[in-house]
Ligand binder design. Structure first.
Ligand code: SF4
Length: 473
């Protein structure tokens, strides 16, 4: 067993001079940042520059290298990193490199349909809790069986979008033709896939064009291991593993168990042959399905959700329906958010709409989900108001009232520091219904008249219409 990267083992390999050149107070803090992947070995100048630390630096780089290889797909701003996982579960350490979501494009489609589908995928964007959720890659499928048509479709997709490409064909000759199209191999596409039947040519192709490649062996772990080993021996170390995916009954169960086994082998058993990112294809839900498109898209959506909670580093989906993609994207956002740090927004005074001196003044917490829900509800209902955002250390209203972070002294400080008194000529403050028990204390400390609002922000408009005399909402 190799040594585990812990605070102490990492610290021992640092110069331990606490010189501060890295911008941290001491080497221990730097060690913690290294483990959290907020900094790299190169951020410690003495370690990099002083030859006496050369062996230590090399050992440290090896020690903190994630057990699962990190691979970059594509180039430029839309390049995406997959893998790089250090732990099995996110309560052990923050998860990095969210599961990449690729959308498939068949080469059987006409050129205009291909361009339209690719544009839809590239432009897909949804803002949730202040974060922009987007799709990550385009997987071009050689469904026509015609290498020439496949290469034309790949060239068209490459011309249309900067998103990373996945070239899906088991025919190395078709992959070669596609790679040779203008501007394709330079984009570092992921080749899908090498199998027990085409390994020689497909492996050589990946090596020649320095492209990452998927080793595909449906349901057969020993073949998958052999493929990964062979690819490495051929000089390819950017490998993605696909053990196949089935969406029904017992096969679904074993598909999910396979994913867990792959990740356990890499992280807990340190099996170098399986220490690579995992791919799964929920788009197989569409194979042989009934024409009930909605039911199939729904099935694909929950299969993708299942996969991204069970170690898949990249998935290929077919549906571009917003309702099918949103649950997957929001789930991914939740899974890859550090559970130890509540997502918070900057506290202070925010303007919703164009409030004036008579507009209501509302209060909420700085838990990102609460803030964005309240702000979005207010905007959607056309309410113009001043919104005071209290620093509750990223906790929601109910929890922070119970925990004491939402308190009257904090509200008084916020009212003073935000200068809300210069923007509003009344002295009325609407507090969340869930903070009702603090109303008296807030009134006493702020000298503002406190109105207890609804518990749910969706009822604010109705509340203001009823109770806010003279409000211009
Ligand atoms: S620069 Fe290196 S030696 Fe100096 S404090 Fe940071 S980690 Fe320690």
């Amino acid at each position: 067993m190799t040594e585990k990267a812990t605070l102490l083992t990492v610290y021992k390999l640092l110069p331990q001079t606490n010189c501060g050149e890295c911008g941290e107070l001491n080497c221990m803090t730097f060690a913690s940042n290294l483990l959290e992947r907020k900094m790299t070995v190169k951020d410690c100048p003495p370690l990099v520059k002083d030859s006496k630390y050369k062996a230590q630096a090399a050992k440290l780089a090896e020690l903190i290298a994630p057990p699962v290889r990190e691979i970059t797909l594509g180039i430029g701003e839309r390049a995406v990193k997959i893998g790089g996982k250090q732990v099995m579960y996110r309560h052990d350490l923050t998860y990095h490199n969210p599961t990449a979501i690729a959308i498939d494009v068949s080469d059987k489609l006409g050129d205009a349909e291909i361009v339209d589908r690719v544009n839809q995928a590239e432009k897909f964007q949804f803002t949730h809790i202040g974060e922009s959720l987007r799709l990550d890659a385009i997987a071009v499928r050689a469904a026509s069986g015609d290498a020439q048509r496949f290469s034309e479709a790949v060239a068209l997709v490459a011309k249309t979008t900067p998103l990373p490409l996945i070239l899906c064909s088991l025919d190395p000759a078709a992959l070669r033709l596609a790679l040779e199209q203008k501007g394709v191999y330079e984009r570092k596409p992921l080749l899908y896939a090498v199998t027990k039947d085409n390994w020689k040519d497909a492996g050589a192709l990946a090596k020649q064009y320095s492209c990452p490649i998927v080793a595909f062996s449906p349901g057969d772990l020993s073949v998958l291991k052999a493929l990964a080993k062979t690819l490495r021996a051929m000089g390819n170390d950017e490998i993605v593993l696909d053990l196949g995916f089935w969406t029904r009954g017992g096969l679904l169960k074993s598909s999910i168990e396979n994913l867990e086994m792959l990740r356990r082998s890499a992280i807990q058993k340190e099996d170098k042959d399986l220490a690579y990112p995992i791919m799964a294809v929920p788009a197989v839900a569409w194979i042989g399905e009934s024409p009930d498109q909605k039911a199939t898209a729904y099935r694909e959506s929950y299969m993708a959700s299942l996969l991204l909670t069970r170690f898949a580093d990249i998935v290929i989906m077919h549906s571009l329906d917003v309702w099918a993609l949103l649950p997957v994207l929001t789930l991914r956002q939740g899974v890859y958010t550090d559970p130890r740090r509540p997502v918070a927004v900057e506290p202070g005074l925010k303007a919703v709409g164009s409030p004036n001196e008579t507009s209501p003044v509302l209060l909420t917490s700085n838990f990102a989900l609460t803030y964005y829900t309240v702000a979005n509800d207010l905007e959607a209902m056309g309410v113009r108001c001043h919104l005071l955002v209290l620093n509750t250390e990223g906790l929601a209203v109910e929890a922070s009232v119970a925990g004491g972070q939402f308190n009257a002294a904090g509200v008084r400080e916020l009212v003073t520091s935000s200068n809300v008194e210069t923007r509003s000529k009344h002295r009325k403050l609407v507090i969340p219904g869930l903070a009702a028990r603090l109303s008296g204390e807030i009134e006493e400390l702020t000298k503002w008249e406190v109105m207890v609002g609804p518990k749910d922000s969706s009822q604010i408009k109705e509340y203001l219409d009823k109770f806010w005399n003279g409000s211009k909402t």
